[in-house]
Design a protein around this ligand. Structure first.
Ligand SMILES: [Zn+2]
Length: 145
């Protein structure tokens, strides 16, 4: 069972337009143990851009930065059929230089990684359980319709 710890969002003012940008840092627990961390970033004034995120897996139960820790960058958006996720290359990620996330994988390596199903399991939970993300997508669809 996966649980997401919903901490306070960080809001900042967009340098280009003065709109509100939101970034989230979330801790994910599996059966009560620290399991993963994800970051998400989106803008209320740049609705054309997909929501950007990254999931880091590997050794989050320990204090150290284990060698096998890896990060999976992605973008998330939705259309009339529901949520869509696409993995991206590390150089496209706003967090490509964040060491604590572990080695960031490019798209092809991520898709062939043994933990890729854990990644998709977590993104399902992001789309279904992260209230900030859900609110953002509601705002998005109200602006389209
Ligand atoms: Zn802006």
């Amino acid at each position: 069972m996966i649980e997401i710890e919903l901490t306070e969002p960080n809001r900042s003012i967009c340098g280009c337009c003065g709109g509100t940008n939101t970034s989230l840092t979330r801790f994910v627990y599996q059966n009560g143990d620290a399991y993963a961390v994800y970051y998400v970033m989106f803008s209320e004034t740049h609705m054309d851009d997909a929501l950007a995120g990254v999931i880091s897996l590997g050794g989050w139960g320990s204090e150290d930065l284990p060698e096998n820790r890896v990060a999976f960058p992605f973008v998330l958006w939705h259309d009339e059929n529901g949520y869509k996720i696409s993995l991206t290359d590390s150089n496209e990620s706003p967090w490509h230089d964040v060491e604590i996330l572990g080695r960031m994988l490019d798209r092809n390596e991520a898709l062939n990684h043994p933990w890729i199903n854990d990644v998709f399991h977590i993104t399902d939970h992001i789309a279904e359980n992260d209230s900030e993300v859900i609110d953002y997508f509601k705002l998005d669809s109200s602006m389209i319709n």
